[in-house]
Write a protein that binds this ligand. Structure first.
Ligand code: SF4
Length: 676
């Protein structure tokens, strides 16, 4: 006969805490007259409660019969809020051993009730835990025990919580009903992780076994649920409280017997059952080898139980199964009496995803023990150090293969920034942040940058990252691509980057080409900025290229039709047209009559009067009327005249000479000598 023990059997965290607390209180008041009570049986296990009674700790169902000054221990199921007030009034001291998971459900119910939501508790309305939760929302909650109960609810704005020991199957079915009815609800799956793990391992064991023994108190809700689960997968399931309930005759028929135990079943009861089963096994056999096998199996199982009582020490690396993923932590079952908790910030300092996206229930993980008790009875675990090893491996690989990794810039420091790859921090010198001058380092803080590792010294914990190397490599690749894709004569798009007196530099996909001033316009311009703006996108023609020396000459005017070609169709000698003054010289001025086509107005053709300086007569940009005097197609010259468009002013009329009249003799005498 083979005996298999479900992985998660026996006391859960909450029960164990309540028992330990009770023993502490007994120890503390030993030898005093203090009366100690538990509010209801501490756990649903007669053997344990009988043992407590022997130590003078009795269970009570009411505070009425308790003397003032006594102590009442609240068991893991918790109590309604009113209980504390009543005890206080009666002068009874309360020792609160409510399980932290139950406490959380009470708080959720209380907060939602205070906010005006209707609290719905999925569970057994007579169970003390459910009565307790209801008592935290003024006994106003709706308690549903079945799908039919859920179907009857037609309220909106409800807050659903679960008794910690119901099955996940039940919870999901109830939630399905609310979802189908489109009831606006806040769903809090408050089923305890220990319960989930216990139920799952019971199911797995039942699937393998020919018969199942479920050990636990007859009144224990979670043991009853285990019985139901087991029965579903193994017809021959027996509910026993102790070894004396074992159906020995029946059990002899089976080859493989599974054992699962409720959260309130002490280890010693499980051990006793295993011992009897093992004896039954080898008394039924005659073969010595089989005897030894059965005996060994018993010791293995005992060892397994013993092992589950050993708590790993600080710094130990432990392996476990994820049994719950919460927003701020994950709960790991380590196959021992305590669960492990990994808070969010002990998973990684650089979490970018919610925990629910990173972990799933059932996943096996490793972690390091930080504390053997996090203050709530759990082992505090961390994955940071383990991650750090993995992270260093990634970094070493990346350094070796010159591959790219992503880092997050954390903060500015002297000469650069600190950046982190997961849990490893390194330095990016300011010169390596970009492929151009960085004016404001602060702009990089908080950004995720792809980088390459340029220096690595694991012993000194030193890593230097460079974003610039990557940018330059990418640029070089792009430039190579551009060189391979362009040819002389191509028209390409470019961006005006900067000006010089002799032209403009245009970026054509990573290559800076020169657009000489003479290639900008068919006409005359004084400076590239007369026609172009920095940042402007333009189409340019590749006039010549020299890949070896990385030089490209560009033309802009070549992208438009040469104006001389349309000159003949549009203009003839003698035409009077309007144009813009584009250049002024000592010998005359140039007037643009078509974009890029200028004609010269010689100084002698500016005005009818004598002009000594053309700049005194017109301004750059002024629009003037000109007459076409000559078109020299061969030399691409046009002669223009402004004065020919203006009427020649007439000569000054000659004033008729007035006849001279001799003054009389008297007047003559009055004329001063100088005049006469
Ligand atoms: S089953 Fe879970 S919730 Fe209930 S007492 Fe045990 S640990 Fe606490």
């Amino acid at each position: 006969m083979e005996i298999i023990l479900a992985k998660h059997s026996g006391f859960c965290f909450g029960v164990k805490e309540a028992i330990n607390r009770t023993y502490e209180v007994i120890e503390q008041y030993k030898g005093t007259n203090k009366k100690i009570y538990t509010y209801g049986p501490l756990i649903h296990n007669k053997q344990v409660t009988d043992g407590l009674e022997k130590m003078g700790v009795y269970s009570t169902e009411s505070l009425d019969n308790i003397e003032e000054g006594s102590i009442v221990i609240i068991r893991s199921h918790g109590v309604p809020k009113a209980f504390y007030d009543e005890a206080n009034e009666k002068g009874i001291e309360v020792i609160d051993a409510t399980c932290k998971f139950v406490r959380k459900v009470q708080e959720t119910a209380k907060n939602s009730h205070e906010k005006g939501s209707k609290v719905v508790i999925v569970g057994d309305k007579n169970h003390p835990e459910v009565i307790g939760i209801n008592g935290w929302c003024d006994n106003d909650a709706i308690i549903i025990e079945s799908i039919e109960d859920a179907e009857r609810i037609n309220l909106d704005n409800i807050c659903i919580v679960a008794q910690t020991t119901i099955t996940n199957e039940m919870w999901e079915k109830i939630i399905e009903v609310f979802d189908r009815k489109q009831i606006n609800s806040e769903k809090n799956n408050t089923i305890c992780s220990a319960t989930e793990a216990r139920q799952l391992s019971c199911e797995q064991t039942a699937k393998e076994a020919d018969a199942m023994l479920i050990i636990g108190g007859k009144h224990s809700s979670n043991t009853q649920k285990l019985y139901m689960i087991s029965k579903k997968y193994c017809e021959n399931t027996y509910f026993i409280e102790t070894k004396s309930d074992l159906p020995l005759n029946d059990l002899k028929k089976y080859n493989k017997i599974g054992i699962a135990a409720g959260a309130s079943t002490p280890e010693w009861i499980i051990k006793e059952v295993i011992t009897v089963m093992s004896e039954l096994s080898f008394h039924g056999e005659t073969d010595n080898t089989k005897e030894n096998t059965s005996e060994n199996q018993m010791y293995d199982l005992m060892e397994e139980i013993e092992k589950s009582l050993i708590i790993p020490g600080k710094g130990e690396i432990v392996k476990g199964t994820v049994i719950q993923v919460r927003d701020n932590e994950i709960v790991v079952n380590l196959g021992i009496k305590k669960d492990g908790i990994i808070p969010k910030d002990e998973i990684s300092s650089n979490l970018t995803l919610p925990l629910t996206n990173m972990f799933s229930v059932g996943e096996e993980i490793e972690a390091e023990v930080l504390k053997t008790d996090d203050g709530e009875g759990n082992l505090l675990l961390s994955r940071k150090k383990l991650n750090a090893n993995e992270d260093w491996n990634d970094i070493s690989e990346s350094f070796k293969n010159k591959s790219v990794i992503e880092v997050k810039v954390k903060n500015k420091v002297k000469g650069g920034v600190v950046a982190a790859y997961k849990d490893i921090t390194g330095f990016i010198p300011v010169s390596q942040l970009a492929d151009k001058y960085v004016e404001n380092i602060d702009e990089y803080v908080g950004r995720v940058l792809p980088v390459k590792i340029t220096q690595l010294d694991k012993k000194k914990n030193k890593v230097i990252f460079s974003h610039r190397v990557l940018l330059e490599e990418e640029k070089a690749k792009n430039v190579e691509k551009v060189w391979n894709s362009i040819s002389e004569g191509d028209i390409v798009e470019g961006k005006v980057m900067r000006f010089t007196d002799y032209g403009a530099f245009i970026d054509i996909g990573g290559i800076d080409g020169l657009l000489h001033i003479s290639e900008i316009s068919w006409g005359k311009i004084n400076h590239p900025s007369d026609v172009l703006k920095i940042g402007q996108k333009i189409k340019v023609k590749i006039l010549s290229m020299d890949k070896e020396n990385e030089k490209v000459s560009l033309g802009l005017k070549q992208t438009t039709e040469e104006p001389w070609k349309i000159l003949e169709q549009k203009y003839k000698i003698g035409d009077i047209v309007e144009g813009k003054v584009v250049q002024i010289k000592e010998y005359g001025l140039f007037v643009e009559i078509e974009p890029g086509m200028d004609g010269l107005v010689h100084i002698s053709e500016i005005a009818h009067k004598h002009v000594t300086n053309p700049a005194n007569e017109v301004k750059i940009g002024e629009v003037v009327k000109v007459k076409i005097l000559d078109i020299d197609k061969e030399n691409k010259r046009i002669s223009l005249s402004i004065k020919e468009t203006i009427e020649k002013p007439s000569e000054e009329p000659v004033k008729p000479i007035e006849p001279v009249v001799e003054p009389s003799e008297e007047v003559k005498e009055d004329i001063p000598e100088e005049i006469s």
